[in-house]
Design a protein around this ligand. Structure first.
Ligand SMILES: CC(C)(COP(=O)(O)OP(=O)(O)OC[C@H]1O[C@@H](n2cnc3c(N)ncnc32)[C@H](O)[C@@H]1OP(=O)(O)O)[C@@H](O)C(=O)NCCC(=O)NCCS
Length: 171
């Protein structure tokens, strides 16, 4: 199978976007209805994973935006002296269609998001990547090095963070 990751273009139609099903109802409904207008308004950028063998079908995606967190949220990471407000990138949404899960594609698209975070940090500054993890996805993010900021809050989303210094060491 051959997959591509590209910048989501809201002016383009994607085969399979309206049928996207990652098993999470709110993420599905975001892809079906809100993804296009969000990106059109520049509220976030999105990258889409497409299956070249299936008419470039919409197989997965993530959205990213700029964010600011209070330094107190990072106390679990023991990062030393920092200013009170910390600029970072934020992963807002992530999903892989059920038909494509379990093939390292979630991990692949996340590495793309981490590289983008690194590029943003070099160009405009940013201390790392923040996200609010769905209870079922906490272990997935931990495998990539993300640290829980306030303990596991499941069934509520759990805030997690990966500092830029840790991203640099990823391969
Ligand atoms: C979470 C999600 C993106 C993972 O995508 P995926 O393509 O199935 O994951 P991968 O195949 O890349 O898995 C990478 C590793 O994480 C592990 N993993 C994947 N999902 C996991 C989960 N929910 N819990 C624990 N481990 C998980 C895999 O076993 C694999 O481990 P390995 O490297 O030791 O083999 C996908 O299951 C999904 O879209 N879920 C529904 C939406 C969702 O929860 N999004 C996140 C909201 S914050």
């Amino acid at each position: 199978m051959s997959f591509e990751i590209s910048l989501y273009d809201p002016a383009q139609s994607y085969v399979g976007q309206k049928q996207f099903d990652c098993g999470n109802a709110s993420i599905n409904s975001f892809v079906h209805g809100s993804l296009k207008p969000q990106v059109k308004k520049s509220l976030s950028v999105a990258y889409v994973l497409t299956d070249s063998a299936q008419e470039h079908c919409f197989a997965g995606f993530y959205t990213l935006a700029q964010h600011m967190i209070d330094v107190s949220a990072l106390s679990a990471l023991e990062l030393g002296s920092l200013p009170r407000k910390i600029p970072c990138s934020r992963l807002i949404m992530l999903g892989i269609d059920k038909r494509y899960q379990g093939q390292q594609l979630g991990s692949r698209i996340m590495k793309h998001a981490l590289l983008l975070t690194q590029t943003i940090a070099k160009q405009i500054g940013g201390y790392g990547l923040y996200l609010d993890a769905d209870a079922k996805a906490v272990a997935f993010y931990q495998k990539l090095g993300f640290v829980l900021l306030e303990g596991d809050l499941s069934p509520e989303p759990s805030p997690m963070f990966l500092p830029i210094s840790a991203i640099k060491t990823l391969r």
